[in-house]
Structures are given as structure tokens and as C-alpha cells.
Design a protein around this ligand. Structure first.
Ligand code: ADP
Length: 579
């Protein structure tokens, strides 16, 4: 269909050329032929007029009409030309075709008038006598410089028209042949022109289907040739790029499959886009294709789900521990965008061995602490007994021994508590607790110390405070540590504990007017054994484990803890606990 369109278009141009050239050609050819023939006829007519003049010259002065007319008829018949002899006054003296007496006066005929005036007359006009277009030539006959008559010869121009028509019809016939030829030429030329285009279209289709080995074999040096060589180059380049890409992909696949870490990429619908062998092994589906499946179909694990949800929600890298089939993994989830779609990649490191080692270490610390507690309590007991009977000098040493023993006992009980809190297998014992009562009881422990330091303790709580579901032992430990710190690090002023219920949570503020904590230490004070001033902490019987224990307890209750402090003005610890 399309091909015929091109053929007709091409043919139209050829036809246009034919139509633009043939009519002017016909016009000029016929005009030239006409001109040429007229000039030949003109010469002939002149000769014949001159010849006739020879014959009628003697008869003219006497206007011998009959003889002249006979002569004209004879010569006219022999020469196949119309001959008219005209008197100077315009009267017809003889005519080869008509009866002169019936003919009108010819003085007004242009050729006659011209002949008498300039010596020769010529005109092409319609003859009223013969009713056709004629070429007239008129010559004057002179005697002693005086015009004694005019000889007029004429021929009909119908012959010329027939001749011109014959030539024209041949030209038209030629034009018709030319038109057919142009049509055939269009067909052939279009076929020749479209052949390489067809070949190129076929090659392009093959390239699109992934066959980059196709080459177009046109030898044309024109634009088509350029296009086909560009297409060949393109196929070659695409092939090179594809090979490089394929190699890169293979390398990536190999790297991924040899990785011991499990790697999985999820799309925004949480479906698997990519996963390596280690991840499949982890899911227990080493040979199955899991691409396109929702992750929960292949890995049912609450911690993994939480990590996935968290990364999608925060759109930030997140890390969490995942326990799956007796193994512990550290999961790193990172979000990224692929053409506007949000995706995440999760890398799972097997940290089972590290965790086991940690447990061995923690067990060791717990065991050692446990083993040390009994002898230390015994030492403390004996020191206290000895103190009762010792001399003043001995008392000084015994006091030092007791102080260090106390510190050791504190350290060991903190270590024991901490290892208990870090033991994931141990569950906390939740019960409904009246926080105000609990804090009040804890504060009793510090009553003496507060009095000693001349401090004040304030406990503010609303009447209708709801009961909170917590582990009461751990809550006691939490407030013991916080109030102990507040008392320890405050020289004067007061300690204020405020309980504020907010929606489904309880906010507890422990404020003091103590020495405060410099800003640069704030982010680290919850770390194990982190103390701002080692000497001061030791003097005050600190272990550096208090706040670490506090933080563990808060987290075990799904709560939050923050600290706000100003050096020299005081510190506020804020805890948020779910009711
Ligand atoms: P420590 O047993 O030394 O008190 P903690 O873990 O309880 O250890 O506290 C860590 C450090 O934080 C302390 O050494 C102290 O410098 C600082 N700190 C804790 N509570 C307060 C407070 N209320 N006021 C000032 N500094 C505090």
C-alpha cells in the first residue's frame, strides 16, 4: 500500500515534467512549421505572380478581360494556385477560381493596397469568396513607372493546418508513450530505491528482537548507503554494549551468589525483585525462584517484617537483629529509588557465632559476679565485726577496706543486674503497679542521705494516676539509680520527681539542681562504664553502670528516655512509659 503511494508520487512528478514540456514544445514546433511553410508558400506565390505578370503584361493596358481571365484560369489550374488579376481601380480582370464579373472591387484588400503602395503585398486572412483562410501575395505590374494592374496569387492555409496537426498528433502520441514509459520508470526506480530501505527495515526489526549480528550489504554511495552503514555501526555498538552489560550482570550475579550474606531487594509492593543464594538458603528455598513473590510468602518472621516496615516508613537506613531458625542475623535495610519507585535492599549478616560468644562472655561475667558476691559479703561482715573492737588506727584501715568492699559489691550487683537485663531469653514480669507508691518507697532508701546533704525531695503526681503495667523490681532498680545519681551529684537545692499521664503513656521527670552534665558527654552517659569524671564517680561510690541499667529497663518496657542538662544548674531525666 505504502509502496504504491511512493510509485504514484514519483509518477506524478514525471507526469508534471511531461505536461510542462510537451504543450510548449507542441506550440513552438507547430509555430515554426507554420512559419517555415508560409515562407516557402510565400516564395512560390511570388514566383507564380511574377510568372503570371510576364503573361498578362501585354494584355493589361487594354483591359482585355476575357483573355486575362482565361489566362488566369489556365495558369491557376496548372500551378494549382488561385490567381487574380486586378485593375488599378480595383476591378477584377481575371480570376482562376471565380467569375470576375461577380466579384466585388478588390481595391480595399490589404495585400492589393500594400502592393500598390510599397511594391509587394502580403496578407493572411479569411477569404469571403472561397470561405477559408488564405495566404495572399500581390505584385504590382508597372509600365513606365505607372501601375497598370496587380497580380495576386493565393493558396489556402488548410494544408498547413493539416500538416501541423499531423506533427502535433505525433508529438501527443510520443507524449503518451512517454507517460507509459514514465510510469514503468517510476515502478522500476521505486523498486530500486525501496529495496535497500526494505532491507534496512528488516534489519532494524531483527536488531529490535535482539539479533545484533545482522548487517546490511548495500553498496550505494548515497544517503541510503550512509544510513545503512550507520545502522550497521549501531548494531555493532549495541552488540558491544550488550556483551559488556551481560558480562557486568554476570559478574554482579556471581558476586551476589558467592556472598555469605543474604541479600534481597524488595519493590514498593514488598515483592522480591532480586535475591541471592544465601537469602534463599535462609528461607529454606535454595532451588526455587522467588522473584516476584511477596516476601512474607517466603520468610515468615516478625523481626524481618518489622525491619522492612521500618525502612519503608522512615525512608532511612535501619538496622535490627533478626532471629530465624536458631540463627541470629544482623539485618541492614537501605532504601533507594528506581525510576520513581521506592525499593529497599536488605543485607542479612549471620551473627549467630558472635552472639554465642557474647552469651559465653555474659554468662562468664554473671558467673564470676555471682561467685564473688558471697565471699565479698562475708568480707564485709567480718570487717564490720572487726570495726567494733578495733583501735582508732586500725579503724581507719578497716574503713578503707569496707569502702572498697562496698564498691565491689555495688559493681557486682550492677553487673549481675545488667547481664540479667541483656539476657534475651529472660522475660520481664509485668504487673499493675502504682508508680507513685513505688517511687515513694524507693525515696525512703535515700531519706538519710538527703537529710545529711540538706536537700529536699519533692514527688508530684495527680490523684487519679492510672496503674502502669511494669516489672516492679526493675522499676525500683530504675528509680534507685536515678534518685541515687540525683542525690550524689547535687550539693544543694532539691530533687523533684513528677509523674504526668499523657494519653496512653506516663511521663516521669526526675529533676535535680546539681552539677549538671557538659553537653559533649550527654550522648554517651547511657553507655556501660561511661563516667564524666572518673575520680568523682569513684569517690561517690559510682560504677558507671547505673544509667546503662536505667536505659535497658526503659527499653524492655518499650519506653523512651532522654536527658536534658545544664552545667551548674541541674539535670532532668525524662522517661515515657506506655500504660
Ligand atoms: P555512676 O555510677 O558513675 O553514677 P551512671 O551510669 O549512673 O554512673 O552515670 C554516668 C555518669 O553520668 C556519671 O558518672 C555522671 O557523671 C553523670 N550523671 C548521671 N546522673 C547525673 C546527675 N543527676 N547529675 C549530674 N551528672 C550525672
Amino acid at each position: 500500500m505504502a509502496k504504491w503511494g511512493i510509485v504514484w508520487k514519483q509518477f506524478f512528478y514525471y507526469l508534471l515534467i511531461i505536461l510542462l514540456t510537451i504543450p510548449p514544445l507542441t506550440f513552438f514546433v507547430s509555430r515554426e512549421i507554420k512559419r517555415h511553410y508560409i515562407s516557402i508558400i510565400e516564395i512560390n506565390l511570388k514566383h507564380q505572380a511574377a510568372l503570371t505578370e510576364e503573361f498578362v503584361e501585354g494584355l493589361l493596358p487594354y483591359e482585355k478581360t476575357r483573355e486575362i481571365d482565361e489566362l488566369a484560369k489556365r495558369i491557376g489550374k496548372q500551378t494549382d494556385t488561385r490567381i487574380t488579376v486586378i485593375a488599378p481601380n480595383g476591378k477584377i480582370l481575371g480570376d482562376s477560381k471565380e467569375d470576375p464579373t461577380k466579384m466585388e472591387n478588390h481595391l480595399g484588400r490589404p495585400e492589393v493596397e500594400q502592393a500598390m503602395r510599397v511594391g509587394i503585398g502580403k496578407s493572411i486572412r479569411y477569404s469571403t469568396t472561397l470561405k477559408e483562410e488564405m495566404l495572399y501575395i500581390a505584385l504590382p505590374v508597372k509600365e513606365d513607372g505607372r501601375t497598370i494592374g496587380v497580380i495576386r496569387t493565393s493558396l489556402p492555409l488548410g494544408q498547413i493546418r493539416a500538416l501541423v496537426w499531423g506533427v502535433n498528433s505525433k508529438i501527443i502520441y510520443f507524449a503518451f508513450i512517454l507517460t507509459i514509459f514514465a510510469f514503468i520508470l517510476s515502478l522500476i526506480s521505486i523498486k530500486a530505491a525501496t529495496k535497500p530501505i526494505k532491507e534496512m527495515a528488516l534489519a532494524a526489526k531483527k536488531i529490535a528482537k535482539g539479533n545484533f549480528n545482522v548487517r546490511i550489504s548495500t553498496k550505494a554511495k548515497d544517503e541510503i548507503g550512509e544510513l545503512s552503514s550507520a545502522l550497521n555501526q549501531m548494531a555493532q555498538e549495541i552488540k558491544r554494549l550488550f556483551t559488556a552489560l551481560g558480562m557486568e550482570k554476570e559478574e554482579l550475579q556471581k558476586t551476589l551468589s558467592t556472598m555469605v550474606e543474604g541479600v534481597v531487594v524488595l519493590d514498593s509492593q514488598k515483592r522480591v525483585v532480586l535475591a541471592n543464594k544465601s537469602f534463599k538458603n535462609m528461607c529454606g528455598l535454595p532451588w526455587e525462584s522467588i522473584i516476584g513473590k511477596a516476601y512474607w510468602e517466603i520468610l515468615r518472621n516478625i523481626e524481618f517484617k518489622e525491619l522492612v516496615d521500618k525502612v519503608f516508613k522512615t525512608n532511612r537506613p535501619e538496622t535490627s537483629e533478626i532471629q530465624h531458625q536458631n540463627k541470629v542475623y544482623l539485618g541492614n535495610g537501605t532504601p533507594f529509588s528506581k525510576t520513581k519507585e521506592k525499593r529497599i535492599v536488605i543485607v542479612l549478616h549471620n551473627i549467630t557465632k558472635i552472639k554465642q560468644l557474647e552469651k559465653v562472655k555474659a554468662d562468664f561475667v554473671a558467673n564470676v559476679s555471682h561467685e564473688l558476691r558471697t565471699p565479698l559479703t562475708a568480707i564485709k561482715g567480718f570487717v564490720e565485726t572487726l570495726e567494733e573492737e578495733a583501735s582508732e588506727k586500725e579503724q581507719r584501715f578497716l574503713k578503707i577496706i569496707r569502702k572498697h568492699t562496698d564498691r565491689l559489691i555495688n559493681l557486682i550487683s550492677d553487673l549481675l543486674l545488667l547481664s540479667k537485663l541483656e539476657d534475651r531469653e529472660k522475660r520481664i514480669e509485668i504487673e499493675e503497679v502504682d508508680l507513685k507508691k513505688l517511687i515513694f518507697n524507693v525515696s525512703k532508701i535515700f531519706e538519710e542521705k538527703i537529710k545529711e546533704k540538706n536537700l529536699k525531695l519533692e514527688l508530684i503526681a495527680p490523684q487519679n494516676l492510672p496503674l502502669v503495667k511494669v516489672d516492679s523490681f526493675l522499676m525500683e532498680q530504675l528509680f534507685i539509680n536515678l534518685i541515687d545519681n540525683a542525690v550524689k551529684y547535687t550539693k544543694e537545692g532539691k530533687i523533684k520527681i513528677e509523674i504526668i499521664p499523657i494519653n496512653h503513656r506516663v511521663k516521669i521527670k526526675v529533676c535535680d539542681t546539681g552539677i549538671g552534665i557538659p553537653k559533649e558527654h550527654l550522648s554517651r552517659i547511657f553507655e556501660r562504664f561511661y563516667v564524666v569524671d572518673k575520680t568523682r564517680s569513684r569517690e561517690l561510690g559510682g560504677t558507671g553502670l547505673g544509667l546503662s541499667i536505667v536505659k535497658h529497663i526503659v527499653l524492655l518496657h518499650n519506653g523512651e528516655i532522654s536527658v536534658d542538662s545544664q552545667v551548674g544548674k541541674g539535670t532532668t531525666f525524662t522517661i515515657l512509659l506506655p500504660v
